[in-house]
Design a protein around this ligand. Structure first.
Ligand SMILES: Nc1ncnc2c1ncn2[C@@H]1O[C@H](COP(=O)(O)OP(=O)(O)OP(=O)(O)O)[C@@H](O)[C@H]1O
Ligand SMILES: [Mg+2]
Length: 262
């Protein structure tokens, strides 16, 4: 495994919205089977960085590599765009994203939500996808909700459906953007449990979260982003147990709950 390329790697990435430089030269790497947690205050660029990973956002400088394969660009600076739409689709379908707000289709049942992209985007066999979809719904603990509508589910159940939908793409990595932030504490724990199970299975994941305990418990590596730069990074026990930079110390002192020391 040590010889395999990181599933996703970002090198010296710069990203601006007009005059606002949001990412100022960021490196991040998610080796196969590893979980990277990304923390940082609001506006530090976490969502932007995650969206740059799967090319939902353009960037102006730096490289994005999927399993060692660099994204091909055309144009420069603010005009830089990916050059090969098929490469973009391949990368994007292999990096499934889970959002804070679930983003389930309200006019489709849970099962249809989970089946939609594998059938329509990947062109997979409907019956096979349905069997897989039911398997993943079981896995996240809502096998009995396959025929329900999203509005009939709790937030925690909807988020678990969104995770099943991501898994049904059979992606190379999962990208989570604040997957538990919209949930009440008890529903949050249902989702944390599922994410922990995925981590234990050896799934490759990047998880942006405000939940320091989850960041600590599931990650192999934690990245602290501050104003568009990585201020500090390391193994969770070190980053949370012995933060070096004053900014990280301050950030952690304002973030509850604190993780238990390892
Ligand atoms: N589409 C956009 N157009 C212009 N500016 C944007 C856009 N999206 C984000 N920004 C700005 O980029 C900066 C980083 O935003 P981003 O959403 O990446 O932060 P974040 O770390 O995810 O914050 P939060 O914890 O609140 O989700 C912010 O200053 C934000 O206002
Ligand atoms: Mg965000």
């Amino acid at each position: 495994m040590s010889e395999t390329k990181p599933v996703i790697e970002i090198r010296d990435l710069h990203k601006s919205y007009g005059a606002l430089e949001v990412l100022k030269g960021v490196d991040i790497s998610a080796p196969a089977g590893h979980v990277v947690s990304m923390i940082g205050s609001s506006g530090s660029g976490k969502s932007t960085l995650l969206r740059c990973c799967n090319l939902l956002e353009d960037s102006q400088q730096g490289e994005v590599l999927f399993e060692g394969e660099p994204v091909k660009w055309k144009g420069q600076g603010l005009d830089r765009r990916p050059a090969d739409p098929r490469q973009v689709t391949r990368i994007r379908t292999n990096l499934a994203m889970v959002f804070q707000q679930f983003n389930l289709w309200s006019h489709m049942t849970i099962l249809q939500n989970v089946m939609e992209a594998p059938v329509t985007v990947l062109g997979r066999d409907r019956a096979e996808v349905e069997a897989k979809a039911r398997e993943y719904l079981e896995k996240v603990g809502i096998g009995d909700k396959a025929e329900a509508w999203p509005a009939q589910l709790s937030g925690g159940q909807q988020q678990r459906a969104a995770i099943a939908r991501a898994l049904c793409m059979e992606p190379r990595a999962l990208l989570f953007d604040e997957p538990t932030s919209a949930l009440d504490p008890e529903l949050e724990q249902e989702v944390v449990r599922v994410i922990k199970d995925l981590a234990e299975e050896g799934r490759t994941m990047i998880i942006v979260t405000h939940d320091m305990r989850m960041a600590h418990d599931v990650a192999d590596h934690v990245v602290f982003l501050h104003q568009g730069l990585i201020e500090e990074q390391g193994p969770p026990a070190e980053l949370f147990g012995n933060p070096k930079s004053e900014r990280l110390r301050q950030f952690l002192s304002h973030s509850a709950p604190q993780p238990q020391p390892a």
